[in-house]
Design a protein around this ligand. Structure first.
Ligand code: FES
Ligand SMILES: [Fe+2]
Length: 374
C-alpha cells in the first residue's frame, strides 16, 4: 500500500462538517513519521526555548531533535548560537541538559571548543597529516529569534522565520513577550504520537470531560491566522492560567487591546509547538517525536519581568504551576489512552465534531506538506 496516496486522505480534505479524521497509521507508522521529519521538522523553523534561559556567556541548553542533538549556547561575545551537539572527533555528545560552561570539553578524549564553537584544543593529534584545527569547529545550526523566543532550522530548506510566523508577531505584539522571562521548565515522556498532544491543545471539546474536575468546560472560538500557525480563542476576561474558581493574583500585561484583554489564545505554531497566551503570562508546549508512538513534551512558563520581580512571586506562582501540573497530567494521560486505541487496525477514521475545527485545519496543513509530491 502506498501510504502517501492522496486517495487515502480524501475524507480529511472535505469541509469540516463532512470530513473524517486522519487514518490511524498517521499516529503509528514509522514511515509516516519519517515523512513528517523530512517535510516538517527538517524544513521549518523549530521553537526550542527562550533567549533568557541562557542570559550569560557560557550558558547553554541542549535539545534532542530529529536531526540529532543540538546545543544553544551564548558566546563570550554575547551572541546566542546553535550547534550540532556532537564532537568533531568521533562524535560524542558534548553538552547535556542545561547549565553553564567556560569551554566545551568533550567527555571522551577532551577535545575542547571555545564558546563560539571553535576547536581550541585537541590533545594527542600531533603528527596527524593535514589536520587543520580551523576546519574542525562545531557544525553551526541556523538560529533566529522573535520576542525572546529562540527557533532553529535543521537545514537550509527553511525560509525565513518571519514568513513562517505570518501575522503572529503583529497579532500578539501587545503581550510584550520581549519583557517576559521563563520561570520554569518541566519535561514529560509521553506514550503517544507527537501530534496527539498538539491536536488536543487546539480543541476545547475534551475539556469538560478530561478536565471536568479542574479546568472544566471551555468554549473555543475560531481565530483566523496567516502563516504556519493556527489558533483558537477562549473568551474570559481574566487569566486562564489559574483554576477557574481562583482570582488570578498577578497583574495583567498593561494596555492589552481588544480581544487580548478579553480572552486567551491557544495556538499551534507548526510543526511542533503551542504557545498559550493569556492576560498575565504565557506558556508553551514543545513536542519532539521519539518514534511514532512516543514523544517528549517540554513545557515552559513565562511571566512579565515586573511580575517575577515582586517579592511574593514564588508564593503566587505556585497556583499557576499547580494548574499546569494538573491539566498537563490530564492531557498526557488521555494522549496515551488515545494512542493505545489508535493501534487498532480495525477502526476506520472517525468524524470530527464542529468544535474540532482547528484540529481539522491543522490536519489539512499537515497533509498539504506530507502528501506534496516534492
Ligand atoms: S569523541 Fe570527542 S574528543 Fe574524541
Ligand atoms: Fe486539555
Amino acid at each position: 500500500m502506498d501510504l502517501f496516496d492522496p486517495r487515502h486522505y480524501a475524507d480529511v480534505r472535505r469541509p469540516l462538517a463532512e470530513a473524517a479524521s486522519l487514518p490511524a497509521w498517521c499516529y503509528t507508522s514509522p514511515a509516516f513519521l519519517e515523512r513528517e521529519v523530512e517535510r516538517l521538522f527538517l524544513r521549518q523553523w523549530l521553537f526550542v526555548g527562550r533567549a533568557d534561559e541562557a542570559p550569560a556567556p557560557g550558558d547553554f541548553f541542549a535539545v534532542e531533535t530529529p536531526a540529532g542533538p543540538v546545543a544553544i549556547l551564548r558566546g563570550r561575545d554575547g551572541v546566542l548560537r546553535a550547534f550540532a551537539n556532537t564532537c568533531r572527533h568521533r562524535g560524542s555528545r558534548l553538552l547535556a541538559g542545561r547549565g553553564s560552561v567556560r569551554a566545551i570539553v568533550c567527555p571522551y578524549h577532551a577535545w575542547t571548543y571555545d564558546l563560539e564553537g571553535r576547536l581550541a584544543g585537541a590533545p594527542g593529534m600531533d603528527g596527524v597529516a593535514r589536520f587543520d584545527r580551523g576546519s574542525q569547529s562545531l557544525v553551526p545550526v541556523r538560529i533566529d529569534q522573535w520576542g525572546g523566543f529562540v527557533f532553529i532550522a535543521l537545514s537550509d530548506a527553511a525560509g525565513t522565520l518571519t514568513a513562517q510566523l505570518g501575522d503572529l508577531p503583529t497579532k500578539f505584539a501587545a503581550y510584550r513577550f520581549d519583557e517576559m522571562v521563563c520561570t520554569r521548565r518541566t519535561g514529560y515522556d509521553v506514550a503517544c504520537n507527537w501530534k496527539l498532544l498538539l491536536e488536543n491543545a487546539l480543541e476545547a471539546y475534551h475539556t469538560g470531560v478530561v478536565h471536568g474536575g479542574s479546568l472544566r468546560q471551555q468554549i473555543a472560538l475560531d481565530e483566523p491566522t496567516t502563516g504556519d500557525w493556527h489558533a483558537i480563542f477562549i473568551a474570559r476576561d481574566q487569566s486562564i492560567a489559574v483554576l477557574p474558581d481562583e482570582i488570578p493574583p498577578f497583574p495583567q500585561v498593561p494596555e492589552l487591546p481588544g480581544r487580548l484583554a478579553r480572552g486567551s489564545f491557544f495556538t499551534a505554531i507548526h510543526p511542533n509547538t503551542q504557545f498559550a497566551c493569556t492576560q498575565d503570562c504565557m506558556w508553551w508546549l514543545n513536542l519532539w517525536p521519539r518514534g511514532p508512538e512516543a514523544c517528549r513534551l517540554e513545557v515552559g512558563t513565562c511571566f512579565p519581568r515586573t511580575t517575577v520581580q515582586a517579592p511574593d512571586f514564588a508564593l503566587k506562582a505556585a497556583r499557576y504551576y499547580h494548574r499546569w501540573d494538573v491539566s498537563i497530567a490530564e492531557d498526557n494521560a488521555i494522549g496515551a489512552v488515545q494512542q493505545a486505541g489508535l493501534r487498532s487496525t480495525l477502526r476506520p477514521p472517525g468524524r470530527y465534531s464542529l468544535r474540532e475545527f482547528a484540529v481539522h485545519r491543522m490536519n489539512n496543513w499537515l497533509l498539504d506538506r506530507v502528501l506534496d509530491p516534492r
